[in-house]
Design a protein around this ligand. Structure first.
Ligand SMILES: C[C@@](CO)(OP(=O)(O)O)[C@H](O)COP(=O)(O)OP(=O)(O)OC[C@H]1O[C@@H](n2ccc(N)nc2=O)[C@H](O)[C@@H]1O
Ligand SMILES: Nc1ncnc2c1ncn2[C@@H]1O[C@H](COP(=O)(O)OP(=O)(O)O)[C@@H](O)[C@H]1O
Length: 301
């Protein structure tokens, strides 16, 4: 089958992830700064009599970990669009994944956002931006950011997203783990380790100031993730990886979101290549070099 439309969906990292005390609804209040990186899943669309989804993955992704059928966030996004418009939205979808799985890089959220955009364009639904953002928030806290992309501040449970100016071109090395970490598990571990967590999460302001300076060394110092401690407690080897990457020239290593992917900020493209090579040489089979910020989900063909 030929597919006439492809939507590209970027991975995200959190430059700042301030987490407050768990709310009554089970979510945590956040003050976060997201950045979209140049590691992408692609979602291609063609015609069909019903909703169909097929999935392929990069060689470093465990295909068995990606749910098929209606459990996939792509299918859930199509169903949400169909409910919103009050009609069936038949479509043939082919998902090609490169974003590490269950890695704290929001691959599933990116796919959900891509599906919203793809189905909107394919069926010429002209869904308003506000409706798309509301549908996205219903699918997951990270999904609205995947629509917006670039660099943006997220508050609430992360679903209220405001773009921030970011004129930098930042270079990153991402090192995924072979085994993913579940987001709810890491949040629960945060609750255990931080029973005294403040109601109001740590402010993203210092990070935003560092970002505005355009200086990689300042940004490196300002990176902050309240889920790093629980993630490292669950996976102590992540702490060793951070130390190693920093010894190999990275300005700073940090756990991405709820982990277990570790991302390293480097001073330049050459710096990222050198750190990436050194980590690959040290036995890390999968090392991805990326730049950010990049656009949110967008049509590429
Ligand atoms: C931690 C973060 C940081 O950006 O991303 P990942 O590292 O997973 O990519 C996000 O908060 C993940 O967002 P997302 O993966 O969309 O989470 P959701 O589907 O909305 O929620 C899954 C579960 O995570 C927990 N959760 C999520 C968001 C939040 N603010 N507080 C929470 O406690 C809840 O247990 C919830 O049931
Ligand atoms: N399209 C999808 N891609 C990846 N995971 C998906 C998808 N749809 C549902 N999932 C489920 O969501 C979980 C978390 O996925 P992912 O977004 O990759 O990680 P994270 O939440 O750590 O950023 C997976 O383990 C999987 O069970």
């Amino acid at each position: 089958m030929t597919h006439d439309l492809t939507v590209r969906a970027p991975a995200k990292i959190n430059l700042h992830l301030g987490v407050g005390r768990v709310r009554d609804d089970g979510f945590h209040p956040l003050d976060t700064v997201y950045q979209a990186l140049s590691i992408y899943d692609d979602l291609s669309v063609g015609s069909a009599a019903e909703v169909r989804l097929s999935i392929s993955v990069a060689d470093y992704i465990d295909r068995a970990g990606v749910p098929d059928g209606e459990d996939n966030l792509v299918s859930r996004a199509v169903a949400a669009m169909a409910r919103h418009h009050g009609r069936e939205l038949p479509v043939d979808l082919v998902l090609d994944k490169s974003i590490p799985l269950a890695g704290g890089m929001a691959g599933g959220s990116a796919d959900a956002a891509a599906a919203l955009l793809a189905v909107d364009r394919w069926h010429d639904l002209r869904t308003s931006d506000d409706a798309l953002l509301a549908l996205a928030a219903g699918l997951g806290s990270d999904v609205p950011f995947s629509l917006v992309g670039g660099t943006a501040r997220g508050v609430g449970r992360g679903e209220v997203v405001v773009p921030v100016e970011d004129t930098g071109a930042w270079w990153w090395v991402a090192v995924p783990s072979t085994e993913g970490l579940s987001t709810p598990t890491v949040y629960r571990h945060f609750d255990t380790m931080r029973p005294d967590a403040p109601e109001v999460p740590a402010s993203a302001e210092p990070l935003l100031e560092a970002l505005a300076s355009g200086e990689p060394v300042r940004l490196a110092r300002a990176l902050h993730n309240d889920l790093q401690e629980p993630a490292i407690d669950l996976r102590p080897e992540l702490g060793d990886l951070i130390v190693r990457g920093e010894a190999e020239g990275a300005l700073r290593g940090i756990v991405s979101g709820s982990g277990p992917t570790v991302v390293f900020l480097c001073d330049s493209a050459d710096g990222a290549t050198a750190t990436g090579r050194a980590l690959a040489g040290a036995g890390h089979d999968v090392v991805l070099t990326a730049t950010g910020p990049v656009a949110g989900v967008h049509v590429v063909s």
